[in-house]
Design a protein around this ligand. Structure first.
Ligand code: ADP
Ligand code: MG
Length: 235
């Protein structure tokens, strides 16, 4: 069994880079896409038209990567709300459920109501990146277990898969920018997920055993500063 305490130093290095990428690169991509669409419209040659179509798709892919992985670089304090983790997890699960079903993955949950504070969209991104990895680690089926509990005054979210697992060497690289073992991977998902949890003043611990599975333990500060009714009306 391998244990990793994820540290923030290596994330800090790229957070500045990430901010520049999402702000500076999206504009030129939009311009290029616009011109490609114009070219495509007037293009008489089917072969050339196909090349333009592929170019547009690739621009969309690049845009997706920026939107999905680097948006955390631009926090929006006005979107910080009291969040019910039960609702947040259920929303994330509903998004990954079709993917889990397609891969014969059994989903088990033990999720309760707890309140935390943060930006819902950002939290979703972090949860989805972790859940997506768990599913991708079980290409031949398996089980995914998600549990919440209150632990030492904090919220603990456990996400446990029965997938490929990681070696000590792999685990120690988790969260490193561009580290991926996947053909089509970006190596940005974990970095983003961990960075987001840290921005919520939480932390992530990962344990993994090769060929057995991986467990993510996410710890977040509970919202205290009102009763639960107040928290609900804040939604
Ligand atoms: P990507 O998914 O694009 O490869 P990530 O940053 O999301 O990039 O993940 C980096 C790498 O960490 C993955 O390629 C994989 O090797 C490993 N990894 C992440 N989560 C898991 C998991 N639940 N089980 C096994 N390996 C994982
Ligand atoms: Mg990933």
């Amino acid at each position: 069994l391998q244990l990793k305490m994820v540290k923030s130093e290596k994330m800090e290095v790229v957070s500045h880079l990430a901010a520049s990428i999402s702000h500076e690169v999206r504009n030129p991509l939009t311009v290029v896409k616009g011109f490609l669409q114009l070219l495509k419209k007037d293009c008489p040659d089917p072969k050339q038209k196909e090349y333009i179509e592929i170019s547009i798709q690739e621009i969309d892919r690049a845009n997706d990567i920026i939107i999905n992985y680097l948006t955390f670089a631009k926090p929006a304090p006005e979107n910080i709300k009291v969040l019910n983790i039960e609702e947040e997890l259920k929303r994330a699960i509903s998004i990954i459920e079709p993917m889990a079903n397609m891969n014969s993955i059994q989903l088990n949950t033990k999720i309760d109501t707890h309140y935390i504070q943060g930006e819902s969209q950002v939290l979703q991104q972090s949860l989805l990146n972790i859940l997506k990895n768990s599913i991708e680690a079980m290409p031949n089926g398996g089980s995914l277990y998600i549990e919440t509990k209150r632990e030492q005054g904090r919220l603990s979210i456990k996400i446990e898969d029965s997938g490929k697992g990681m070696s000590q060497a792999q685990l120690s690289r988790l969260g490193e920018p561009y580290y991926t073992t996947k053909e089509e991977g970006t190596g940005l998902g974990m970095l983003t997920a961990i960075r987001i949890i840290e921005s919520f003043k939480g932390k992530v611990e990962v344990t993994s055993t090769l060929k057995k599975g991986t467990t993510f333990n996410i710890y977040l500060p509970l919202f205290i500063g009102g009763n639960e009714e107040a928290a609900v009306t804040n939604e």
